[in-house]
Design a binder for this molecule. Sequence first.
Ligand code: FUL
Length: 504
Amino acid sequence: MHHLLFLLSCNDGQKPATADNSSVISAPQFVRIEAGDDEETILAKATQVRPSERQLRWQQLELTGFIHFGINTFTGREWGDGTEDPNIFNPTELDARQWAQSCKDAGIKQLILTAKHHDGFCLWPSAYTEHSVKNSPWKDGKGDVVKELAEACEELGLGFGVYLSPWDRNAEFFGDSAKYNDYFINQLTELLTNYGPIQEVWFDGANGEGPDGKKQVYDFDRWYNHIRKLQPDAVIAVMGPDVRWVGTETGYGRETEWSVLPGDALLPATIAENSQKLDGFAPTNLMDDDLGSREKINKAKSLVWYPAETDVSIRPGWFYHKEEDSLVKSPEKLLDIYFSSVGRNGVLLLNMPPDTRGLIHENDVRNLREWKQLRDRLFSQNLLKSAEWSGDGLSFAALADGLDNTSWKLEQKQKNYTVEMKFTSPVTTNVFALQENIREGQRVEKFRVEYLKNGEWLKLVEGTTIGYKRLLRFDAVTTNGLRLVIEESRAIPVLSELGAYLHP
Ligand code: FUL
């Protein structure tokens, strides 16, 4: 069995060391905890940790898409070994606009393409290797998949990102660390300068042996600084400082999901420990259910805004396999995943792998479309819009205006906080939605929702964290009143939205 190896040197377990620290992460994304800080101070500091501009934009996307396409599409494998002949790469009808349009129609806001997977085959004509589309028969070696998808995304108003595998099983100098790190910088430069704006750079943690068992030491610091310089708005995901892997490839995140974590979550050893191992392709599930509780942050040396991305494929594999055409996740399953990723303070990264024609298969397109129809039907009407509001604080109207940057105003710290919503004619609901205005950090630790029955408030549902978005399902009730009680919060809560819906 191989082991993962990471390099991201850190100053005594705190902020990732970089040539110029502030260019990778800085306040308010990061706060240091001093030796004498008591629990109250640490709690206050935790609510001062805020997303950077790039992280906020990314979180608001809610739905992003992965496009796994490459040499594996033509061998039927999940991981190629780098010896594949570029001649086998020959999509017959490649249409990146079809990928982008199908995803856009499903409400997906940004696409990440596997520009290079572990097999080292480049979907763009890189000047630094022969192992690329330029030596394939597709478009007589004149094609460029990265360019086609970047242009389609730009045209349709979608964000665009690249997956560039650090592990490269084709590069013969993989393992000759300095040389390979230069090669990697050159490839990053090509991708980050020739294709317009790049909003996400996605690195995974896999690192196998180079020829003769040589170990490659990745110069992540250098790569991060390079990305910040060339594409300052891009989030660097998973093996990176802006976006964290949720810890499973099932599409189901944690019920208690903190975006504020101890700084050591950024440490290479921690990420490595929670990363994919090389002894199998089975979807990994590393769902430690407590990453950011009071107990965890009290022991931390620093705190960082490090939100969760929940990646899952619409099919069993990441790449297209004909025999999986009947195994595309159903619209109902995708809706369940939506509730368990976006609805649990995560961003969903849903993979749709194009087939050997170079098209997203009809079955996938159909299920994506029906999934969108289900969501549209469910979320078309926020029943709270017709409510009469009362309770603690002011500006209740902000809570159902559909904007994530206007908030319910609470003036002072209280034991708990209550808002009541009364209806002149009864409403029937089975879904409740909550959002915090994360520009003010993440605060709520525990809440419950009640409903009015024969003049009495009864518990409907309860939850812990909210974060950017929390969605809760329950058996339908018909009622003249709903009430939210925030039972525990790290500071005065700042909620931006509430919603009650009926899932038919
Ligand atoms: C992993 C890779 O090994 C898989 O093949 C896939 O690309 C997944 C999204 O990331 O690390």
